[in-house]
Design a protein around this ligand. Structure first.
Ligand code: SAM
Length: 314
C-alpha cells in the first residue's frame, strides 16, 4: 500500500477544522481510520475489455478480484498496452465503480442514458453488458452524456480505444446539461445512470486550496445540484425503469439525503438486488449502499438503486 506523500492533517497549516468536526460527528470512532484510508492509494482492478479477445497468456499471472467477473487486481506499476487491433485489453478502475455500473442491470434492448459519463469507465461496462447479452445485436441505445467539453473528448477517446468501430454504433455521445433531459425527453429511458459530480473527499485531499475552502455549505450546495440532476433523471425515466444514483462522496448530505428528498417528493421504489447482498464489503445505508476504503481498500462510493413505479403493472 502506498501512502500519499503529503499528509495534510499532520503536516499542513491548511488542515480544515470544519471538515474534521463535520465528519467526526458523522463517523464517530471510525473517523480517524476512515480519514487515514483516504490517503492510501486505493486498490484498483484491471477490467478485461470484453469487446476484444484477450490473449490468455496475459491473464495467467493476474489475480482475479473474486467478487467481480472479468476483473483482476492491478499489479503495482502495470502498464497498459494496445493490442494488434489498436485497442486496450484492460481498463483500470476502482472496483467500486464497476459494481455501480453493474447495478443498473442493462440489457441490449434497453434505452440507456449515462447522464454524467466522462471519463467513461462505467459507460464501457454498460456498453459491454448491452452488447454481450444479445447474440442478435443490440436493438437499444446508449446515450453517454457529458457536459464538459474537455472531459467529453476524453470520453470519446476511451470509447475509441476500447470498442471496435462497428460495435459502437448503438452509442451516442452527447454534451447536454444533464438537467435538461427531464423536460426534453420525458419518460424516454429504461435505465439511467446518474453518477453525479460530488465533493470527492479523496481527491479533495490532493488539492490543498480546494481542501482549505471546504465548508458544510459546499456539501449542501452540491446536494442541491445533485438533486436537480436526479430529478431530471427521474422525469426522463420510463415507468417501470431503473436509476442508479451514485457519488464518490462520504458525505451523507450528498448520498442518502438526496434520495430522501426524492422519496419525499416522488414515490420511488428502493431496490435491494440479491446479488449485492453477497458482496461482503458493501455497507447498507438507509436507502443505498456505501463502499468505504477503511474496510474495502477502495472507494469511497455511494449508490442507490431506484425504480419508478409502473401504474400499468400494479
Ligand atoms: N461516470 C463517470 C465515469 O465513471 O467515468 C464519472 C462521472 S464524474 C463523477 C461526474 C461528471 O459529471 C464529470 O465529468 C462532470 O464534468 C459531469 N457534469 C457535471 N455537471 C454536469 C451536468 N449538469 N450535466 C452533465 N454532466 C455534468
Amino acid at each position: 500500500m502506498r501512502i500519499r506523500e503529503v499528509n495534510l492533517f499532520v503536516n499542513s497549516p491548511l488542515s480544515n477544522l470544519l471538515f474534521e468536526k463535520y465528519f467526526e460527528k458523522i463517523y464517530g470512532d471510525r473517523w480517524p481510520q476512515l480519514k487515514q484510508s483516504l490517503f492510501v492509494h486505493e486498490k484498483q482492478i484491471l477490467r478485461k475489455n470484453l469487446f476484444v479477445d484477450v490473449d490468455s497468456a496475459k491473464l495467467k499471472d493476474l489475480e482475479p478480484a473474486g467478487f467481480l467477473p472479468d476483473a483482476y487486481w492491478k499489479p503495482e506499476g502495470y502498464a497498459l498496452q494496445k493490442n494488434a487491433n489498436g485497442l486496450y485489453d484492460f481498463y483500470v478502475m476502482d472496483p467500486a465503480s464497476a459494481i455501480v455500473a453493474r447495478a443498473l442491470e442493462v440489457c441490449g434492448a434497453d434505452k440507456v442514458l449515462d447522464l454524467c459519463a466522462a471519463p467513461g469507465g462505467k459507460t464501457l461496462i454498460l456498453a459491454e453488458q448491452m452488447s454481450l447479452a444479445e447474440s442478435s445485436g443490440v436493438s437499444g441505445t446508449l446515450i453517454s452524456n457529458e457536459m464538459s467539453e474537455g472531459r467529453r473528448e476524453r470520453l470519446m477517446r476511451v470509447l475509441h480505444e476500447y470498442i471496435p468501430k462497428e460495435q459502437r454504433l448503438f452509442i451516442s455521445v452527447k454534451g447536454l446539461d444533464g438537467n435538461q433531459y427531464g423536460l426534453r425527453n420525458a419518460e424516454t429511458y429504461d435505465r439511467i445512470l446518474a453518477d453525479v459530480p460530488c465533493s470527492g473527499e479523496r481527491h479533495l485531499f490532493e488539492n490543498q486550496k480546494e481542501f482549505a475552502l471546504w465548508t458544510e455549505r459546499r456539501t449542501k450546495n452540491l446536494a442541491v445540484r445533485q438533486y436537480s440532476l436526479l430529478s431530471s433523471a427521474w422525469l426522463a425515466l420510463k415507468p417501470g425503469g431503473r436509476i442508479v444514483y451514485s457519488t464518490c462522496s462520504i458525505s451523507p448530505e450528498e448520498n442518502d439525503a438526496v434520495i430522501a428528498k426524492l422519496i419525499k417528493k416522488r414515490e420511488p421504489i428502493i431496490l435491494r438486488p440479491e446479488w449485492l447482498d453477497k458482496i461482503k464489503f458493501l455497507e447498507k445505508t438507509l436507502s443505498g449502499y456505501q463502499i468505504l476504503p477503511d474496510r474495502a481498500g477502495f472507494g469511497p462510493m455511494y449508490f442507490a438503486v431506484i425504480e419508478k413505479p409502473n401504474p400499468v403493472s400494479v
